[in-house]
Design a protein around this ligand. Structure first.
Ligand SMILES: N[C@@H](CCC(=O)N[C@@H](CS)C(=O)NCC(=O)O)C(=O)O
Length: 221
């Protein structure tokens, strides 16, 4: 089985299934192809994914949507506990994942994921602020209602944490005011072995993808 992703530094959708694979150390090959490269273009011509990563390839099967990839991995590796054990927890986890998938356009377009850079003077705009408030509300809700058995949204690491990992990376790049629960959650994410591994890969890349660079003074992280 192979997971095709793009730049560690920039590709937020790639990070989600990658996190799940690496958190659980699943035996899956990772192929990283840089944005704008010939190799990625060639792979995309062969793929059914409409030019987008991530793509999971398992023999004749290709899965090209992040949630579908995570569901597939959870089915193929049932020990990974992709969803919470309780029916209530599963329903809420699916809702927060769906909301991540379909929402937060303000945050996503105003603060692109850029793991190597910190923008000290960046001023967060109103639409991103609204999304950040909603995300903190979701995190508090999950942590308070379902998070008693561990530091992740539903206690143990689930698909929901994989889905929100790139949000935490965005919050590393700019100064955002976070409540205590959200700060603790970001700390858990940033200190996890999988995120540290992702960031090391991002540090080793030098490719600059102009589309995802903010036009503000920045420092290297
Ligand atoms: N709906 C897709 C979204 C994937 C996506 O937008 N991927 C971005 C990379 S982070 C991409 O491939 N962008 C290239 C493009 O749009 O040409 C999923 O859930 O996996």
């Amino acid at each position: 089985m192979k997971l095709v992703i793009a730049d560690y530094n920039y590709s937020s959708w790639s990070m989600r299934p990658w996190m799940f694979v690496r958190y659980h150390k699943l035996d899956i090959e990772i192929e990283r192809l840089m944005f704008e490269s010939q190799e990625l273009r060639r792979q995309m011509e062969r793929s059914f994914s409409n030019g987008k990563v991530p793509v999971l390839i398992d023999g004749p099967i290709e899965v090209w949507d992040t949630i579908a990839i995570l569901e597939y991995l959870n089915e193929k590796f049932p020990h990974s506990g992709g969803w919470p054990e309780s029916a209530d927890g599963r329903a809420v986890a699916r809702a927060v994942c769906a909301e991540m998938h379909s929402s937060f356009q303000g945050l996503r377009s105003d603060i692109p994921m850029n793991c190597r850079r910190y923008f000290p003077s960046y001023e967060v705009g109103e639409r991103a602020k609204k999304d950040i408030d909603r995300i903190q509300h979701l995190w508090r809700y999950c942590r308070e209602k379902f998070g008693h058995q561990g530091p992740w949204l539903f206690g143990n690491f689930t698909i929901a944490d994989a889905m929100y990992a790139p949000v935490v990376m965005r919050f590393r790049s700019v100064d955002v005011d976070l409540d205590e629960v959200s700060q603790a959650y970001c700390k858990t994410m940033n200190e996890s072995e999988a995120v540290r591994e992702w960031l090391q890969h991002a540090q080793q890349e030098s490719h600059v993808f102009d589309e995802d660079e903010l036009d503000w003074p920045s420092e290297l992280l």
